[in-house]
Design a protein around this ligand. Structure first.
Ligand code: IPE
Ligand code: IPE
Ligand code: MG
Length: 247
């Protein structure tokens, strides 16, 4: 039986986050340039968005470029940036056709102006779409995001002098890039690395983590469904006992 057939349609995660890792190693294995790995990775990203949409996932967040990735060689960074702009431009028609909404999280101000414009326009034009929300984490860092949230709150305090002791989780959440989105129930990381690399630290506090050795350019639709099936086999207890959960 395929993994797709094993999925329980009643328990689809609303939000899946993905650390798309291993493009460079995939290219190296085949004697190709790293950028060819990234290009293949971009194709896979599209395939996985379609797969997520097909089973009814509402949000998919794809870690495409971290704040730390700016430290890579200039040629790789600029190659990645043009690939991003090209991918968004070439897939824009489909985005509209399939009623998908595009959003980004991260510090857009660090992006080259043309890339930023391309992406912001696609986000604006798809903002009213009601299908799956595709969130691209771009120039994203979780500590940076949380620090920005603290600064936002302090600025608000300067003008509004609210009661500091009454600040809640949801007040803080509303200052994050992910404001209004459900937390990911499932986080997938490919390529065998078992770390979070500064991704959604606040938001994944109770996510199920799924690590696979498969490199991102090899991570096809069935691999994605396999991760969903694995997630559905787990018992999420949120600090309670197994007995309480079953009651
Ligand atoms: C993930 O693949 C894509 C980005 C971080 C932009 P990598 O480029 O990190 O691939 P590896 O880890 O070197 O194999
Ligand atoms: C994490 O991958 C960032 C993205 C997938 C965009 P990295 O390859 O940059 O992470 P580290 O450096 O191995 O932790
Ligand atoms: Mg990597």
């Amino acid at each position: 039986m395929s993994f797709l057939e094993q999925i329980d349609k009643e328990r689809i995660p609303q939000h899946v986050a993905v650390i798309m890792d291993g493009n460079g190693r995939w290219a190296k294995r085949l004697g190709k340039d790293r950028l060819e790995g990234h290009a293949m990775g971009a194709h896979r990203a599209r395939e996985i968005v379609d797969a997520a949409n097909k089973i009814g996932v509402k949000y998919i967040t794809l870690y495409a470029f971290s704040i730390e990735n700016w430290q890579r060689p200039e040629s790789e960074v600029s190659g990645l940036m043009s690939l991003l702009a090209k991918s968004v431009a070439s897939q824009f028609a489909d985005l509209i056709k399939y009623n998908m909404r595009l959003m980004t999280i991260g510090d857009n101000s660090m992006l080259p102006a043309d890339v930023r414009q391309e992406i912001e326009e696609a986000c604006r034009k798809s903002a009213q779409n009601t299908g799956i929300t595709v969130v691209i984490a771009l120039s994203y860092g979780s500590r940076y995001e949380m620090l920005a949230a603290v600064k936002k709150m302090l600025h608000k305090y300067e003008s509004q002098r609210f009661d500091i002791d009454s600040i809640t989780d949801s007040d803080f959440e509303s200052c994050l890039y992910t404001s209004g989105m459900p937390d990911p129930e499932l986080l997938i990381r490919t390529s065998g690395e078992v770390r979070i690399s500064n991704f959604l630290l606040w938001q994944i506090s109770y996510s199920e983590l799924y690590f696979t050795d498969v490199l991102w350019p090899d991570f096809g639709e069935e691999e994605f469904y396999k991760a969903i099936v694995d997630y559905q086999r787990r018992e999420r207890r949120f600090g309670k006992t197994s007995q309480q959960i079953k009651a």
